[in-house]
Design a protein around this ligand. Structure first.
Ligand code: NAI
Length: 297
């Protein structure tokens, strides 16, 4: 992945100015991160106080993480509060990070699309809404892409770059290049409910909620998951994400996936029957070398 990142970083993304809409948990931190990585950033929100809070949070982050006062000053200079939303007309990349509601996001798109530069890319930080839903009515679906950062932005290196069948290759290449330029690891995923990480993660979180209802204390669940090796238990993680955002994601998956627990695939039963049981057998979903390392493409 690191090698892929280096390659993509070399590709010229042509992105120098990023406009972020929605200065909450994610938008504020995405903006702060991009400015720290040398990009000019304008940050907009309906609520001006939230922009001010995000800038304050960025200043604290820079104080802790950037080495010199010059670096700190330069990063803050690059992070511009945009109360009128004027930055959208100058940006090479617009990142939408408003609430997880398709109708709200589409309204935001309607408002900004006519103002964007002709070659600017529109990215959405949606956690779960398929791009096919969000692109409805958009005049330039070829320049729409999902750019799904994770929380907390400064710690989580992975970013899902979400493609859909109308996104142009040039758009995807530029966005992969952008991820490299801001020191993040892009994972190319296809548009689908929950994309990749949330599709796998959400059932894990909701099973933990069911266990609470069945009488297992939340501390026990979190401690067990952490002892198992997770950096944070599912209950604390749900709180970190925000229960409102989490509920929107669960609803989206529940309404758009056929079955919360999918059918057992026939190939799984066959693999077990034929002894391809995983690492211990030298072959499961992956093939394993002599040292027990999976041979991954
Ligand atoms: P949040 O509730 O902290 O922030 C949303 C912000 O959008 C608020 O400040 C609100 O004032 C602003 N807003 C709402 N409508 C607006 C409009 N029409 N124009 C401009 N600003 C508007 O939400 P959060 O957690 O930052 O989530 C934002 C997006 O990021 C959602 O799509 C969410 O699914 C996604 N996301 C959230 C993660 C999390 O852990 N919270 C992780 C990854 C993605």
């Amino acid at each position: 992945l690191r090698e892929k990142l280096k390659d993509s970083a070399k590709r010229e993304s042509g992105i120098r100015h990023v406009h972020v809409i929605g200065a909450g948990t994610m938008g504020g931190d995405i903006a702060a991160w991009c400015a720290a990585r040398g990009l000019r950033v304008t940050l907009a929100d309906l609520d001006h106080e939230i922009i001010a809070k995000a800038i304050g949070r960025a200043a604290e982050f820079y104080d802790k993480k950037l080495h010199s006062s010059i670096e700190r000053r330069d990063a803050l200079d690059r992070l511009i509060p945009d109360f009128e939303g004027a930055g959208v007309a100058k940006a090479d990349l617009v990142i939408e990070a408003v609430v997880e509601k398709a109708d709200v996001k589409r309204k935001v798109f309607d408002g900004i699309a006519p103002k964007m530069k002709e070659d600017a890319i529109l990215a959405t930080n949606t956690s779960s809404i398929p791009l096919e839903v969000l692109r409805e009515g958009l005049a330039f679906p070829d320049r729409l892409v999902g750019l799904h950062f994770f929380n907390p932005v400064a710690k989580m290196e992975l970013v899902e770059v979400v493609a859909h069948d109308q996104a142009s290759q040039a758009t995807l290449d530029r966005v992969h290049g952008f991820c490299g330029a801001i020191d993040r690891l892009p994972a190319a995923v296809k548009s689908a409910p929950g994309f990749l990480v949330n599709r796998a993660l959400t059932p894990y979180l909701t099973e933990a909620f069911v266990m609470i209802d069945e009488g297992t204390p939340k501390e026990t669940i979190d401690r067990a998951a952490e002892d198992f090796g997770m950096p944070m238990g599912p209950i604390e993680l749900a709180d970190r994400v925000g229960l409102d955002i989490g509920l929107d994601v669960v609803r989206m998956l529940k309404n758009n996936l056929d079955d919360p627990i999918p059918e057992i695939p026939a190939w799984l039963e066959k693999k077990v029957e034929t002894g391809e049981t995983g690492r211990k057998a030298g072959k499961g979903l992956y093939a394993y070398d002599d040292k027990g390392k999976p041979k991954r493409a």
